[in-house]
Design a protein around this ligand. Structure first.
Ligand code: ZN
Length: 76
């Protein structure tokens, strides 16, 4: 219901709504995909799997963008 209303509002404003599952977006490493609550300490994100570091808010936004298909994952 809410997403339907939000999608209609977005469309009327010329925008596209892309729903994503927000679970673990702040605990998932966008570099290697490792998920662990220990990856995050307040504003600091440090992956226990690969050592990637970043601001926790940027990691959350990055993971939301990845899930929406707006950015490509790093492929090593
Ligand atoms: Zn990692």
């Amino acid at each position: 219901m809410f997403l339907g209303i939000l999608a209609h509002k977005a469309e009327s404003a010329g925008r596209l709504l892309i729903p994503v599952d927000p679970r673990d977006t702040s605990r998932t490493c966008p570099e290697c995909g490792y998920v662990d609550g220990g990856n995050r300490d307040g504003e600091k994100f440090q992956c226990l799997g690969c050592g990637h570091t970043d601001h926790a808010d940027r990691v959350g936004a990055w993971n939301v963008a990845l899930r929406a298909g707006l950015v490509l994952p790093n492929v090593a």
